[in-house]
Ligand binder design. Sequence first.
Ligand SMILES: Nc1ncnc2c1ncn2[C@@H]1O[C@H](COP(=O)(O)OP(=O)(O)OP(=O)(O)O)[C@@H](O)[C@H]1O
Ligand SMILES: [Mg+2]
Length: 128
Amino acid sequence: MIKLENVSKKYGNNVVLDNLNINFNSGEFISIMGPSGSGKSTILNIIGAMDKPDSGKVIINNEEINRFNEEELTLFRKKHVGFIFQFFNLFNNLTVFENVQIPLLISGLKEQDSIEEILTSLNICDKL
Ligand SMILES: Nc1ncnc2c1ncn2[C@@H]1O[C@H](COP(=O)(O)OP(=O)(O)OP(=O)(O)O)[C@@H](O)[C@H]1O
Ligand SMILES: [Mg+2]
């Protein structure tokens, strides 16, 4: 489902990923472990279409996303990627309802009701 082929990435002279090859299959739960600075976030950013490798292929659902332009990457992220960040990255000045609403509006959803349904399904409706 997700395949990295000979992926390399460096920042200046700092080689972070050196010809990395990994396969992630559908339905697998994977932990990436390693010391601070070893490149875990770099891998996640590349798989999540937030960053591009210097060389190598990133194949997700048979699409070579390393060839995508910015617009294609944006659409890909919107449709296929979910990130849970170390920090919550919520908008402090917006309500809980609005924080949930924003990505749904971007995805073209108009039904206000479904926001409560989503919060209920996640058992966090009390946060409203
Ligand atoms: N935008 C950047 N510019 C320059 N160097 C960077 C950048 N992002 C990461 N690095 C460097 O790349 C290396 C890998 O960083 P990365 O954030 O992927 O590590 P990590 O394994 O996620 O670390 P941590 O466990 O601390 O989160 C580090 O040496 C880091 O300093
Ligand atoms: Mg990290």
